[in-house]
Ligand binder design. Structure first.
Ligand code: PLP
Length: 395
């Protein structure tokens, strides 16, 4: 039996998610065209998509994968990460940024984040570098680039590979350069909430031919057909599996969607920026809130809008405020639970207290809805709800 409620308007109100894809008729037609064609996977559309991504970010090469996590795994392989190697990454990220290190037998080392940007703090990275350190995986959290200049300088000095986790940051810029053209390898994800989508999908961009060739081989079982690289040659059918790779290929169906989506990326980002600006204008002078800090060096892709609660000025906890926003039908979220809090990492021996700033930030953050298809009235609704809830809980 349906529950009766006195507040039917609120009950019927649509729940506004924190993120959502924008798919239009053009995207749908692009996918249909591939379905009618000869290649469903590893065909011309995939190559076209890879070239379009490389051109967009200004990189020499782009290699597409079945998802962003697979792309990170491949990058760790190409970087030569193996058992015993340490790789430094951020605790304020999705588990994939650290899991990819474990896949290769390496050890994730978490360096604490910057109090203002919530990105990995270069000073903390420096403290963790030792003779076992092989690579750094900075994360462009919320779409705001990490401090890449300093990180790349450390990498050069200590001979480390930088694999940038830019899952949030396609279209973002750092020092006037597009993300994807700066680090040794850069990963973008095309999961539906990310800047553009292919359903599932990911890519690595790089300027290094050696990395490029390794990524391509790893993506398809470690197989090569390149005549110049074979140990033997039995005839035209002959190929060799030379290393243990995976089936991490992206389909042409996904690539068609990605190619169509990429054309709209700049428009998507403009809209994301408009919404973020509206939020910051509305919340900037609320004493109980901290709005996102923006580095003058970078242009964020605005994947996420994260507010931070000044709990000392509030009566409620983050949980209470989070739940109050959910009751207002605002699809709030928390990005992220520090990776090493997860039971799997706890079992590996990581202990709480490891990254005190990340842990403190985790207690205070809430992600608000932000995606290109949000209407102005959606934006006003979020602003109204946040102002109302914060006012109710203000001391
Ligand atoms: C989404 C995401 C990934 C993983 O990408 P998938 O395509 O979902 O595998 C990795 N790192 C970060 C920070 C992400 O947000």
């Amino acid at each position: 039996m349906k529950k009766l409620t006195s507040d039917t308007t609120k009950e019927n109100k649509r729940f506004l998610p924190y993120g959502r894809q924008s798919i239009d008729e053009e995207d749908i037609q692009a996918v249909i065209e591939v379905l009618k064609g000869d290649y469903l996977t590893t065909g011309p559309t995939l190559a076209e998509f890879e070239k379009a991504v490389a051109d967009y970010v200004g990189a020499e090469y782009a290699v597409a994968f079945s998802n962003g996590t697979a792309a990170l795994h491949a990058a760790c392989f190409a970087a030569g990460i193996q058992s015993g190697d340490e790789v430094i990454t951020s605790p304020i990220t999705f588990a994939a940024s650290a899991n990819c290190i474990l896949y290769q037998g390496g050890k994730p080392v978490f360096a604490d984040v910057d109090e203002r940007t919530y990105n990995i703090d270069p000073a903390e990275i420096e403290k963790k570098i030792n003779s076992k350190t092989k690579a750094i995986i900075p994360v462009d959290f919320t779409g705001q680039p990490a401090e890449l200049d300093t990180i790349l300088e450390f990498a050069q000095r200590h001979n480390l590979v930088v694999i940038e986790d830019a899952a949030h940051a396609l279209g973002a810029e750092y020092n006037g350069k597009k993300i994807g053209s700066i680090s040794d390898m850069t990963m973008f994800s095309f999961h539906p909430v990310k800047p553009i989508t292919t359903g599932e999908g990911g890519v690595i961009t790089t300027n290094d031919k050696d990395y490029y060739e390794k990524l391509v081989q790893f993506r398809t079982h470690g197989i090569t057909r390149d005549r110049s690289k074979l140990n033997e040659d039995h005839g035209p059918w002959y190929y060799e599996m030379q290393l243990l790779g995976y089936n991490y290929r992206m389909t042409d169906i996904q690539a068609a969607l990605g190619l169509s989506q990429l054309k709209k990326l700049d428009r998507f980002i403009t809209r994301r920026r408009e919404i973020a600006t509206a939020y910051t204008e509305a919340f900037g002078d609320i004493p109980e809130l901290v709005t996102p800090y923006q580095s003058p060096l970078s242009q964020s892709g605005w994947h996420l809008y994260v507010i931070r609660l000044k709990l000392e000025k509030l009566k409620g906890s983050r949980k209470e405020i989070f739940e109050a926003l959910q009751r207002e039908k605002i699809g709030v979220n928390v990005h992220y639970i520090p990776v090493y809090y997860h039971p799997y990492y706890q079992k590996l021996g990581y202990q709480r207290g490891l990254c005190p700033i990340a842990e403190k930030i985790y207690e205070e953050i809430i992600t608000l809805p932000l995606f290109p298809a949000m209407t102005d009235s959606d934006v006003q609704e979020v602003i109204r709800a946040v102002k109302t809830v914060v006012k109710n809980y203000a001391k």
